[in-house]
Design a binder for this molecule. Structure first.
Ligand code: MF3
Ligand code: CO
Ligand code: CO
Length: 266
């Protein structure tokens, strides 16, 4: 890798390590699908994820990160991100939740999250989830050398707002690779032809958080849990992506065909 410019440029060899850790992260998000049911606690889901990470010789990047106490973030309903798994939080029919997993393998980081639905939820909640997923996918479709990060943020914002939802401003995607959170900041809103111009070897996450109501968020007194200020539902998907010569590589794609709910298990 080289970092002569502001953002690290990873090599083709580095991409092999990023692919391996991305696959592990995706595997954990696939693995947990059948356990997301009415009555399970978010602490139990967190433990299941950790056990599967360890069985595959990985490490959780979040456990102990800046004092964060758990192996995953699990953000239910109006929680935007950084929900702390808890033995007191039992899932109920109709809940929607984001599970965010970051694993480390051979010193490489892979960060991804997906939405999950407990039983059946409302049509509005499903539309929010579909919009968050589609926003991430249309952003990924734009990633190639010569594009600007502002092009990506602008496309996400236009799409989400056209569906009458809002884009969270307080959290963004980030460079990733040998470290968890790096330059550049990947905003999910903005103006075309602004910000970093992408080059092969740039590696970052895109992780739009979108709200059914206003975009403003607040952090609870635990210092982590971010919620919508109006109590409206929030949804998010995240992938770790590397820029290639002619487009991009999504390192954290589901290996079992489970990109978004409803998850049909075979
Ligand atoms: N995985 C989150 C992200 O997408 C970060 C979680 S940091 C934690 O960047 F400390 F809250 F776990
Ligand atoms: Co991230
Ligand atoms: Co994440």
């Amino acid at each position: 890798m080289s970092s002569s410019s502001a953002c690290v440029v990873y090599s083709v060899d580095d991409f092999v390590g990023l692919e391996r850790v991305g696959m592990l992260t995706a595997h954990v998000l696939d693995y947990v699908v059948p356990f997301v049911k009415e009555g399970v606690t978010t602490a139990e889901l967190d433990q299941l994820c950790l056990d599967e990470i360890l069985r595959n010789h990985g490490v959780s990047a979040t456990l102990g990160y800046n004092g964060y106490p758990k192996s995953t973030c699990i953000s239910v309903n109006h929680v935007v991100c950084h929900g702390i798994p808890s033995e007191k939080q039992k899932l109920a029919n109709g809940d929607i939740l984001n599970i965010d997993v970051t694993t480390v393998l051979d010193g490489w980081y892979g960060d991804s999250s997906r939405m999950y639905v407990v039983g059946q939820s409302s049509p509005e909640a499903m539309r929010l989830i579909d919009t968050a997923y589609a926003a991430l996918m249309l952003a990924i479709d734009l990633v190639k050398p010569g594009k600007y990060l502002g092009d990506i943020g602008h496309a996400i914002q236009c799409f989400v707002e056209s569906r009458k939802f809002s884009v969270v401003r307080d959290y963004c995607g980030h460079g990733i690779g040998r470290v968890f959170h790096d330059e550049p900041a990947v905003l999910h809103f903005g103006r075309p032809r602004t910000g970093l111009r992408l080059k092969p070897g740039h590696v970052f996450t895109i992780e739009p958080m979108i709200n059914a109501g206003v975009y403003q968020t607040a952090v609870l007194s635990d210092g982590w849990t971010a919620v919508t200020v109006d109590g409206s539902l929030s949804a998010q998907f995240e992938h770790t992506i590397g820029v290639t010569e002619d487009g991009c590589r999504v390192f954290t794609e589901s290996t079992r065909g489970l990109p978004k709910p409803p998850y049909e298990l075979s």
